[in-house]
Design a protein around this ligand. Structure first.
Ligand SMILES: [Zn+2]
Length: 216
């Protein structure tokens, strides 16, 4: 089944350039594992970046700059994946990160009736927060704005909001101004992978006041 909701152009460019926060990088790589359309967009963005690089190549760079650039490239390709790898319940980049192939292997923590969560530990230097969220069938999340950038990838089940139906492979690539009220469909739980910007203190206070959902 092909995803219907894709990465926005800015996210594709930032992924290709290796400038996304690590948490977002993993959500994007997981979407790419399920979406040929966005894989093509990333290849095109990378080709464009390559052309720009070759135009700039006449400028001499310092050894330090060269080292930093290669280190950044290593990071940027860390979560790249072969196209033909068979997918488990968890897309390959996420399966590798969690060393798990099934949602049954996840140590879910109950947060509220019908809501469970698993915080994914990232390396100490990593930016952004990453979590798995499981919402029960037929449940509505309270309408909420976001304390910052957020990207959500549906991995199992489906929900609907004013933007349509989101099922496995679909991404909601939202900026902080958008409010939405997802409702999970009746025939099963919905499991999502969610990356959020690491909140500043002010943002996290705002989030606590405005977002009735603890931890989102
Ligand atoms: Zn896509």
């Amino acid at each position: 089944m092909k995803p219907h909701h894709h990465l926005d152009h800015g996210t594709v460019m930032a992924y290709a350039a290796g400038t996304l926060d690590e948490a977002f990088m993993i959500v994007v790589a997981s979407h790419l594992a399920l979406c040929a359309f966005c894989r093509k967009a990333v290849h095109e963005a990378e080709a464009l970046g390559g052309e720009l690089m070759s135009e700039l190549a006449a400028n001499a760079v310092s050894a330090e700059c060269r080292t930093r650039t290669f280190a950044a490239l290593d990071q940027a390709t860390l979560h790249r994946l072969p196209v033909a790898v068979p997918q488990t319940e968890l897309p390959v980049p996420l399966a590798r990160l969690l060393d798990a192939t099934s949602f049954k292997d996840i140590a879910w923590k109950k947060k509220a009736p019908g809501v469970a969560m698993f915080d994914i530990k990232l390396p100490a230097h990593a930016r952004g927060q990453l979590k798995l969220l499981r919402i029960g069938a037929g449940r509505a999340m309270p309408e909420h704005g976001h304390g910052g950038e957020e990207i959500t990838l549906v991995l199992q089940g489906a929900y609907r909001d004013h933007m349509g139906r989101f099922a496995r492979g679909d991404v909601a690539d939202l900026d902080q101004d958008i409010e939405h009220q997802p409702v999970v469909e009746q025939d099963g739980d919905c499991i999502c992978l969610v990356a959020t910007e690491a909140p500043t203190r002010f943002k996290s206070l705002a989030a606590r006041l405005m977002q009735p959902f603890v931890g989102i």
